[in-house]
Design a protein around this ligand. Sequence first.
Ligand code: SAM
Length: 278
Amino acid sequence: MPAGRLSVCATPIGNLGDVTLRVLDALRAADIVAAEDTRVTRRLFARYGIDTALEPYHAHNMEKRTPILVERIAAGTHVALVSDAGTPGVSDPGARLVDACIAAGLTVEVLPGPSAIVTALVASGLPTHAFYFGGFLPRKAGERKARLARLSELEATLIFYESPRRTAATLSALAEALPGRSACMARELTKIHEEVLRGRIEELATALAEREGELKGEVVILVGPPPRVRASEADPDEVRKRVEELIAGGKSRSDAVRAVAEEHGISRKDAYRIAHEP
Ligand code: SAM
């Protein structure tokens, strides 16, 4: 392994005990540690008696700092990269530096460890055989709705990061777009106030609406895959009645078909066919 390299180091998402021995060694051995927030990383350093030089590397200085770090690595410097929590590069600054190092032909090693995605997925109890990480959903209602419509047919557990302030609104948008699904809200994972709520998406949306404005900490929202039943098991009269009901209630035909497909656990194509059968 060349002396000049980038070590991407995963750090705890809450509990400082969740750091790996290999990450501690790399943080001690590196010439510099590029950190998203040096104050946050100092807490980790204090706990483990590390005194490697820290330099800020975050969303607001990464354009300027990336070429400088690449140049130093090329000249033989060992740079370790950490973010505030979890794996750098996952919804965090880091991907840009990794990409620039690869483009410059430099050595990049990733030291695995915690990430809120996998921790929340396993804690949720939802299917893990296939999952989709969607980062933070768009804040604009129209964009969010379009994104969720595209994701509604995906046979995978959906995982989103969210801020506590927007959790209630996002759950309500998810309940509207993906009715009847199993879901989970995981908050403050690995911390003292860890909370994992599981249930139907509508139940979670109602429960969190009651706590609007009070929710604190860090949140992951998960939605299970569409429950699949054979179209022949769905009652065609029920499907047709429900589509007409939703249209009468103000939904467009395509939104109504999508909602009914979700409710009955059939594909949108089958719901459309049944709803339009003579
Ligand atoms: N790089 C990190 C990782 O690998 O998990 C994620 C960074 S992203 C900027 C921060 C988001 O991750 C938070 O808004 C929250 O959605 C999620 N997150 C981080 N720590 C968490 C925790 N302890 N419990 C729940 N969610 C967490």
